[in-house]
Ligand binder design. Sequence first.
Ligand code: PMP
Length: 361
Amino acid sequence: MARVHNFNPGPAGLPLPALERAQRELIDFEGTGMSIIEHSHRGKAFDAVHSEAISLLRRLLDVPDDYHVLLLQGGASMQFAVVPMNLLPPDRSADYLLTGGWSEKAFAEAKRVGKARAAASTAVDKRYTRIPRQGELSLDPDAAYVHMTTNNTLFGTQWHWLPETGDVPLVADMSSDIMWRPMDISRFALIYAGAQKNIGPSGLTIVIARKDLVDSARKDIPVIFRYATHAASNSLYNTPPTFAIYLMRNVLAYTLEVGGLEEVERRNRKKGELLYATLDANPDFFLAPVEKESRSFMNVVFRLPSEEMEKRFVAEAAKEGMVGLAGHRSTGGIRVSLYNAVSVESVERLTAFMRDFAKRG
Ligand code: PMP
């Protein structure tokens, strides 16, 4: 079997043991004579998987009791709209911290729902190469919430500190760095993330929300969009994405087995350090645009001296079994995604290839 070194930006690689478990259990799940995909979402077999998935999320992220953990559909993009539908009353305004293409999209959706303002932006000529400082944020003390994107998948920047928002609830799109390390959930009022980068397959969206915020959310919106609906039914209001939840369960159970998020962080830091050290050792060849303090451990972006070289880099790497390295269609260049399932060995392979490629020029 030839598994590639998968640097895809999302959907991304998943840990092999989690996939192998799914393979073993696929046709006959726990002696029930059918796969988990074929089970009722209201039956005993799925119920156990569903509860385990939620309790693993709670345990790995150390989610406090006064937070709901919801398993939803529609992707992070749907949350761009659902967050303001729930949390932005007509007489209030929300603050958005703009640090990349995804936060721009979240901001645009919020403006379709109600009043929202940009409380910070680090865009220069539509490109973002850094995270703002606290002193650059012009926060509205009466805002309904402050929205941030903790990791900017396209531009390769990541918040390494959290904005101080006083009493204003902090809402975070964590799609591309949820679970990259242990995190203090209590600093956030609401977190949302598509599962398809760090924790599972696409089709599943995680929402972690403070209970009081869910209780006081707007009720004049369709039932299906209310967080309260899904909280009241343990995310079983309608048919959930059962197979995606099952697979995430496998990924999380494996994550716990190998040491939890402390171990995940240790590996992620090692991977990032290896890659950035390779870029920094040859700054004339690898052009890394992101300010050092804002560098992402999940998506590393850089350019080579010419587009022709970038094409060749991607093609030659693919021949050596390293895939997913082309930058986003809107930014170009090279992007290496280092999500949780990428091994240190894969990054060692890639950095050896990079050094060799630079030498050949
Ligand atoms: N936010 C961020 C930070 C992302 O990286 C992505 C997907 N790449 C999205 C939102 C959109 O996610 P989805 O495709 O799940 O709607």
